[in-house]
Design a protein around this ligand. Structure first.
Ligand code: GRF
Length: 204
């Protein structure tokens, strides 16, 4: 499936997806990396990997979020995009956009959802004193960080952890989890039943 990765920043998850997708047997083909920030570090990395990039800034659209999203969709249409992987994309999308891409858009979130939706997840995990933390890949639905869970990875929270050490431990797992979860969606193995994701067995 022809896939766009949407980023706003450094793009380490994007890089993990690009390297997985470099294998011709990987079911998602990355045809575009799109950023809403011209300075996103991930753009240079994508360019170096020979992947087409595009920048669509939200600022010129002001409060017209639908206009911004239509501009992104125009860029994606040029590349025949069928699937979207959000990877550190820091804009909340409208319900209309999310519904148009229903079942075809995934996100990675740095916590074990439904714990700690939103931002500053590692600091909040430390403040809560949880012993396990981690990351989640989910289908995107209109409620932020609420969509059906496809896959999760857990890491221990250690006594001396800081936001940075804990975040780095989670990020290492994100880079393993995201390619695996995107492969499931791109291979058509994720179905939603009663609001939950069901993973079909691989064809023999
Ligand atoms: C990751 O922690 C991801 O889970 C979150 O934003 C961060 C993006 O990092 N959604 P990177 O740009 O992929 O390095």
């Amino acid at each position: 499936r022809r896939t766009a990765i949407l980023i706003s920043g450094r793009g380490s998850n994007m890089a993990a997806l690009l390297s997985a997708a470099a294998d011709p047997g990987f079911p998602a083909e990355i045809v575009l990396v799109l950023s809403n920030k011209p300075a996103a570090g991930g753009l240079a990395r994508a360019h170096d990997a020979g992947i087409p990039t595009a920048v669509v800034e939200s600022r010129p659209f002001g409060r017209d979020r639908a206009g911004f999203e239509r501009a992104m969709e125009a860029a994606m249409a040029e590349h025949g995009v069928e699937l979207i992987a959000l990877a550190g994309f820091m804009r909340v999308l409208t319900e209309d956009f999310v519904n148009r891409w229903s079942g075809r858009m995934v996100n990675i979130h740095p916590s074990l959802l439904p714990s700690f939706p939103g931002v500053d997840t590692h600091a909040r995990a430390l403040a809560a004193g949880v012993r396990l933390h981690g990351c989640t890949v989910h289908l995107v639905t209109p409620g932020v960080d609420e969509g059906p869970i496809i896959a999760q990875a857990a890491v221990p929270v250690l006594p001396d952890d800081t936001e940075d050490t804990l975040g780095a431990r989670v990020l290492e797992q994100e880079h393993i989890l995201y390619p695996a979860a995107l492969a499931l969606v791109a291979a058509g193995r994720v179905r939603v039943e009663e609001g939950r994701a069901v993973i079909e067995a691989a064809a023999a």
